[in-house]
Design a protein around this ligand. Structure first.
Ligand code: FES
Length: 578
């Protein structure tokens, strides 16, 4: 460890080291909590931003893990201070945790700014918590390490494995089609989530924790360890030790994050068959670090990045299998020729050093370059007259015969309209129709919920139909699958051309050409636009109004405009503290 900081250089010295009345207050109140001066004097204060709560099952082990993080911090000569933050529990929070991602990012930044933190450990994993914590930490730019929650164990049902989300959608369709009964459905409910930890498919949680590791923000190997595994607890302790060293070394997120490290993260997401949500999150994270990542860059890198992880929803296995097959480092070693291996990581070694000697132990879970799940195109960015600023689709997790498809639109004005009419026996729809949902974007829903895997009508399920082209300005759960065109930008609620599509209009999807178009003349679209009226805002007070006023569109990462760095060169910094 190269120590470049002295105790009096620590940020916390302003709280504890000064000889004035205010620092008297800080010290006497620390004594009130039972700490002696020797517990903290001259030591780095490590804020542990913990997103544990009684309503977040993905983080239910964090009560224990935080003790292991603290143990590491004490051992390394730091002073741990746990700071709870909003939990963003994906299964429970309505309309969507995405409405609150930026709130957690703000909370993280402001906790770090306003308290005597010299460095931080970020504890998250359930979908939005990972990008939110990292966005806040980047903006504050104190030494930071992320502790990924780790995936839960495989689900179990009649001797078969169940995957979070993916198998819920699958068996829900089978129940509606009459192929399984209520008793089966109950057994699936009982067995699909068996332990602490985040979703164990390659959903948004596994995608984003893996991205965090590749970006260099976790200890090597951290993202793949199942939550209940004893090695997860060991990783937590080692993280606590390492953050103390990072403070003395003054190793900060903006020393680690570069254009190349974000390219590595995008490549990794693609090779994993990762979530479409990674576009909004990685773009927002990159911008916080003044790195201009675009949706076009995802598409560019997708063209020569193979999908190697045979994980649901694109493939067969689950995260527990992935860990036993060698985990993320093994996958990275397979695509090492596509990565920039010189990128620095939190352990002060390069990505290349961290993945050296990693091996794949099961070629069916992590496929070889000669026999990939898909040779390229894990994600595809589409453009056209209904998505001038872009939309995204996940070709690895859809019926391949729909890659080029033209069909008549069946339009639903909002989610309530969809729920009310999708199963009506007289709905005019067949397997070639294109289902369109409006008002599901950042402003329209609001919060851009994961409604994008639009349901297939029951009457078509009964005919055996399992995939159709579906279009919306919503997101889709990373655990979902299907020919779902998502994140249509600009969204319909703000007058994007998706709002102008009518029942019966022909819509053409061509993944090879990266296009999505409604086959209606420009003149007719102009006429419809002139007749379009803006709907009223969904919030008139509170946090919701702040959100509506400042939220940006999906292609810009859905961050609040005022949270981006002013000059796109330096993080926000901090005012003088007295
Ligand atoms: Fe928490 Fe899926 S519900 S990660």
């Amino acid at each position: 460890m190269t120590k470049i900081k002295k105790p009096e250089d620590l940020r916390s010295h302003r709280w504890y080291g000064a000889k004035d009345m205010r620092s008297f207050g800080h010290r006497s109140r620390t004594a009130q909590m039972g700490y002696h001066k020797s517990d903290y004097a001259g030591k780095p204060v490590i804020a542990i931003i913990n997103t544990w709560s009684d309503i977040n099952p993905c983080h239910s082990h964090f009560k224990q893990r935080v003790e292991e993080v603290k143990r590491g911090i004490w051992q390394a000569g730091g002073f741990p201070v746990e700071m709870p933050a909003i939990s963003l529990s994906e299964p429970f929070q309505k309309p969507t945790t995405m409405l609150y991602r930026n709130l957690l990012a703000m909370e993280t930044e402001e906790l770090l700014r306003s308290y005597p933190a010299d460095g931080c450990v970020l504890m998250g994993g359930c979908d939005k918590t990972t990008p939110a914590l990292i966005m806040g930490a980047i903006s504050m730019n104190l030494p930071s390490i992320f502790v990924p929650a780790g995936p839960m164990l495989r689900g179990d049902y009649k001797g078969q494995f169940l995957g979070s989300g993916s198998d819920t959608w699958k068996y829900w369709a089978e129940l509606r089609a009459g192929n399984i009964n209520e008793q089966d459905w109950q057994e699936i409910e009982d067995g699909i989530a068996r332990s602490p930890g985040h979703c164990m498919t390659m959903g948004t949680a596994s995608t984003m924790t893996s991205a965090a590791e590749v970006l260099g923000l976790t200890l090597p190997g951290a993202a793949s360890i199942p939550a209940p595994d004893s090695r997860h607890a060991q990783m937590a302790t080692l993280t606590g030790k390492r953050i103390v060293e990072m403070v003395w070394e003054d190793l900060k997120p903006c020393d680690i994050l570069t254009v190349a490290s974000f390219d590595n993260a995008v490549r990794t997401v693609l090779a994993l068959g990762g979530s479409t949500n990674s576009l909004v999150h990685l773009i927002a994270m990159a911008k916080r670090a003044s790195i201009p990542l675009t949706i076009e860059r995802f598409d560019q890198l997708a063209k020569d990045t193979p999908v190697l992880a045979n994980l649901r929803p694109s493939g067969k296995y689950l995260m527990e299998d992935f860990y036993y097959a060698g985990g993320l480092r093994a996958l990275l070693s397979r695509i090492s020729a596509l990565l920039n291996l010189d990128q620095l990581t939190v352990n002060s070694h390069t990505l290349g050093t961290n993945i050296k000697n990693s091996k794949v132990f099961n070629d069916d879970v992590i496929k070889t370059l000669d026999n990939p799940v898909l040779p390229s195109g894990g994600l595809a960015v589409l453009k056209g007259n209904i998505a001038p600023n872009g939309a995204v689709i996940k070709p690895s997790a859809m019926e391949q015969s729909l890659r080029k498809h033209t069909g008549p639109a069946v339009v639903f004005n909002d989610y309530n309209d969809l729920s009310a009419r999708i199963d009506l026996p007289d709905l005019k729809i067949d397997k070639d129709s294109v289902i369109v949902l409006l008002s599901a974007g950042p402003q329209g829903a609001p919060g851009m919920p994961e409604w994008g895997q639009l349901p297939i009508p029951q009457k078509l399920l009964k005919q055996g139909v399992r995939d159709m082209v579906r279009i919306s300005d919503a997101r889709m759960s990373g655990t979902s699958y299907g020919a779902c065109v998502l994140h249509v930008t600009p969204e319909s609620h703000v007058g994007g051309p998706l709002a102008l599509v009518r029942d019966g209009d022909l819509i053409s999807l061509d993944i090879e050409a990266r296009s999505i178009n409604v086959l209606v003349s420009e003149e007719e679209m102009q006429k419809r636009k002139a007749a379009w009226t803006a709907p009223s805002p969904k919030f008139t007070r509170g946090y919701g109004t702040l959100y509506l006023k400042h939220i940006q569109q999906a292609d810009k990462g859905c961050d609040f405009d005022f949270l981006e760095p002013e000059d796109l060169q330096t993080p926000s910094g901090e005012p003088e503290i007295h």
